[in-house]
Design a protein around this ligand. Structure first.
Ligand code: F6P
Length: 527
């Protein structure tokens, strides 16, 4: 029987408090001890990746206590409940089924009278058949010409994940001759977004996918109208250019004006929807269904590892445990996500939503207030660009910000140059290795301005190359990490009530139903 308890009621959490300050990276990461830690503190992941945590402020004693916490918090059992179809999202009375989009981890899950794995797989198959017809020129524009571009219209989870993964695999697909269509994305209700994107699109040869689970999101519906307008002005039949991805119960599902419609449902949270039709349609059209299937295979393989009960062999669980240790014992509220891979340029933006919308909660899953902090602020940029931007504060600022690096031995392209005896890829990776040691060990200097205190924790996920499988494994790792963090904090990671108030007030402004400060702020914009 699973017991959902607050973190501070667990004995193993109290035991962890005693370890605060017991590991000094400046000491343990120096010399042979540091080398030994790098060799020892690593765990394999799926997709050829591995998670390395030698430069985190843990040792065997702390890791043992974290394992005890995992056991007492019943992390493994909670995940098992989730993938076996329990109603984990209590506030919205919903199952949490995104794992079923990439595999069957446990029992058959029946909901709404159907087998949910079959349903998600069925939509994937429909998308694959559709994408193959588009690529083969069997589905064309009115002139019988092939489509060459796909434009996704959506926001939040209906934009960030698919966009991040498209960018992550675009170069890989081009190198492997499987970039079938260029993809673009429109999300912001700022008219400059659709105008800017449409400027670079030959609408006559473009398919537009309107993606909204609810079918009611103001930004998305507005941008849909914007695009329809552009199509009409170009003299094109809108219904020959527009697809929908939505839930079967949404208003969009009842609209017959789309060339095709693909479905997900309320059991797939927006920020967890990349594996569903939300990511499936655009990624299958852009790269071909086989590439999307490989990406899902990577996710499924990582999910399997994430279901294991030994945290030392379960990278997502271990990463979550260490991050909660950093947040609740060491008191660090921010995490920087630093991919040393240009392809992952939008990955931090996606993880911002996935983490912060999931775990930015002040009440536990039963609506009770808690006596500890939750959630983490995530930000990040690809290295080495970040090094020339905000790393100054990371190295010498007064706050300690834990770091999560991601790196790959090989780039996605064959092309590289050798300058001063090393390739660009080698330079990139030399930088990430150097940063980890610089953050951990620091440096003394007579000049205080040149001192580096060190003792700044970091971890790294390393892979051979950012392939579709590796990319899937990476995404699943983070999705599962955020889930485990939520279990530890005892919050509902699958609702997002915090986004509602702003939406309600924005609608009041649009309805001219304002008073007080709202009226005055609106007046500053001439509304
Ligand atoms: O406003 C937040 C949110 O509900 C996200 O959780 C979601 O990803 C996004 O809006 C878009 O929602 P939809 O897919 O229903 O348009």
């Amino acid at each position: 029987m699973v017991a959902w308890k607050n973190l501070d009621t667990l004995d193993s959490y109290q035991a962890l408090q005693e370890t605060k300050g017991s590991v000094k990276l400046t000491e343990v990461m120096a010399g042979e001890s540091g080398a030994e830690r790098v060799r020892k503190y690593a765990v394999p992941m799926a997709g050829g990746l591995s998670y390395h945590y030698a430069a985190k402020k843990v040792d065997d004693v702390i890791l043992e206590k974290l394992a005890a916490l995992a056991k007492e918090a019943q992390l493994c059992e909670k995940f098992e409940e989730l993938y076996n179809g329990a109603v984990i999202n209590l506030t919205e009375n919903r199952h949490v089924l995104h794992h079923l989009c990439r595999g069957q981890l446990g029992k058959q899950v029946m909901a709404d009278g159907v087998d949910k794995r079959e349903f998600y797989k069925g939509e994937q198959d429909k998308i694959a058949a559709f994408a193959n017809k588009v690529h083969a020129g069997e589905i064309t524009n009115e002139k019988g010409e092939k489509f060459n571009t796909v434009v996704q219209i959506g926001i939040g989870g209906s934009d960030l994940g698919p966009r991040a993964i498209y960018l992550a695999l675009e170069n890989w697909a081009a190198t492997h001759n499987t970039l079938k269509m260029e993809a673009k994305f429109i999300s912001n209700v700022d008219p400059d977004d659709p105008v800017g994107v449409l400027r670079g699109v030959d609408v006559e040869h473009a398919l537009f996918i309107v993606v909204s689970k609810s079918g009611t999101t103001l930004e998305t519906l507005t941008n849909e109208s914007f695009v329809k307008d552009a199509l009409e002005k170009a003299g094109l039949d809108v219904s020959k250019h527009m697809l929908a991805v939505t839930s079967e119960t949404s208003p969009m599902a009842k609209n017959s004006g789309y060339l095709a419609a693909f479905f997900m449902d309320d059991y797939i949270g927006g920020r967890y929807s990349t594996a569903s039709a939300v990511g499936g349609a655009v990624l299958s059209l852009a790269f071909g269904p086989e590439v999307f299937a490989s990406f899902l295979d990577g996710m499924a393989a990582e999910d399997k590892l994430s279901a294991g009960d030994d945290p030392m062999k379960n990278p997502a669980m271990l990463d979550a445990l260490i991050s909660v240790y950093e947040r609740n014992v060491l008191g660090y509220p921010v995490t920087a996500l630093l991919p040393y891979s240009q392809a992952l340029s939008r990955f931090p933006a996606h993880l911002q939503q996935a983490s912060m919308e999931s775990n930015g909660k002040s009440v536990n899953r039963f609506g009770e207030s808690m006596n500890y902090v939750t959630g983490e602020v995530i930000f990040g940029e690809p290295g080495t660009n970040g090094q020339h931007s905000f790393y100054q504060l990371l190295h010498q600022g007064t706050d300690i910000i834990p770091l999560q690096f991601i790196g790959f031995r090989k780039s996605q392209n064959e092309k590289d140059v050798e300058v001063k005896g090393s390739t660009s890829q080698t330079k990139l990776n030399a930088n990430v290795a150097a940063q980890m040691v610089a953050f951990a060990c620091g440096k003394t200097d007579e000049n205080p301005a040149k001192c580096f205190a060190g003792d700044r924790p970091s971890s790294i996920i390393i892979g051979d190359q950012l392939t579709p499988e590796a990319c899937g494994a990476l995404l699943a790792h983070y999705e599962n990490k955020f889930m485990y963090q939520g279990f530890l904090w005892n919050v509902n990671s699958f609702d997002q009530e915090g986004v509602q108030l702003g939406k309600v007030l924005a609608n009041r402004v649009l309805d001219h139903n304002t008073d007080g400060a709202l009226k005055e702020f609106a007046a500053l914009f001439g509304i």
